[in-house]
Design a protein around this ligand. Sequence first.
Ligand SMILES: [Zn+2]
Length: 135
Amino acid sequence: MVAADLLRARVLYLGAPEPKDVLLSSLPSCPKCQYEYTYEEGDQLVCPECDHRWSAVAEAEGEEELVVRDANGNVLADGDSVVLIKELKVKGAPSALKAGTKVRNIRLVDGDHNIDCKIDGFGAMALKSEFVKKA
Ligand SMILES: [Zn+2]
């Protein structure tokens, strides 16, 4: 290690919180320079290497990204159109939803019925992704 590196290491050490805390945490690496020992400051993550700051909250939400698959295993996305693959009885409705009914502009949600949508003649509905396929 040359003198310049030593100096730089010391500056980083002084600029960061207790090294022990940093090492024990499982904070993500800096998205800009991949530096590992980032630290939290309020709602933000800070990289002591390049001084990049980003939102820790957004980072956490990104990891919980919802993956919803149709009956064929294709990944669905918000705004997709799907087709029902079987007839579905609808509580309170005079008729069932027929297989082949096209559903436009779906919205993915967390839960047992993981597709929110509106179907002409039925209104707002919640469907299970296993009963649809991508149109
Ligand atoms: Zn960085």
